[in-house]
Design a protein around this ligand. Sequence first.
Ligand code: ZN
Ligand code: ZN
Length: 357
Amino acid sequence: MRLVSWTVPKPAEPMVLEERDETAGSGEALIKVAGCGVCHTDLGYYYDGVPTRHPFPLTLGHEVSGTVAEAGPGAEHWIGKSVIVPAVIPCGACDACTSGNGRICPKQTFPGCDVHGGFSSHLRVPAQGLCPVPDLSDRSANPTGLDLAELSVIADAVSTPYQAILRSGLDRGDLAVFVGVGGLGGFGVQISAAMGATVAAIDVNAERLEWMARHGASLTLRSDELDFKSLRRAVQRLAAERGIPTWRQRIFETSGTVAGQTTAFGLLGQGGHLSVVGFTPGKVEIRLSNVMALDATIQGNWGCLPEHYPTILRLVLSGAIAVRPFVERRPMASINQTFEDLRAHRILRRIILIPEH
Ligand SMILES: [Zn+2]
Ligand SMILES: [Zn+2]
């Protein structure tokens, strides 16, 4: 199939629209892109020299929903289906996958890094792990009336914090603290609240914090106005009011900044848990021995296993996690301007690029 892709010739060079031929191989699907979200990680590859595994020229984009247009042998039953493409697709067959560790599958496919991604009319991915989307015109299955393009953000911005929250063991009545409530953190706040946790949100942006106060956060704190000690005092006051000990507090670093990581580490209390969800190539100066002295846990989190997607999709379609107030659509032809706007922090919502082709 002839497809049209926004290609990065070399990092930081303007993306150009190029035609390319792709054929779905055995077990693969060619997906007509409905929408592709723009992630902080795309900016890392584009501007900051974060290495991709596929060499440039490369098409970025790993937050995709769409419709299967073509499929190779063994995947024909997917043709015509609406799907969400997980940002991380484990191979499903290696030792890591068969022992329940598909997150670190060495043969995983990460679109826009391992293979050409979703800033394109179509993309080619392994069909296993695709998450089928029910008929969205059926209002009983889709009461909030979301469309397929809006569901693209499930592929990373919603699913990645979901898996981090699941692995943290967050339980009803616990405290979840999100440092950074942009794309991932904003959805993390909502997921935690839906699970019955008390939630605190920390960010530099007052508007984003206002949204979070309406969508599950009991406490919102401005990290650009409060020093670290004031932040920590405010979080502990909330915990004390609700009778939540430090060992039932889960800190999520979702800003992907050095300042955010420093704050998140500092919030760890005895028996606490810190989940590193955001990414920055920057380095943080911390006293790692605190982890020992506090008997605390720090856990990284890479993507989300495809097996969790159907549950996440149900949470979104039911309205337990609001998507529409947190996303903004733009034509895919605005991709170069959109990357610049995101880099300059001129955009508050998750951008979904809609292909014209
Ligand atoms: Zn991402
Ligand atoms: Zn594998």
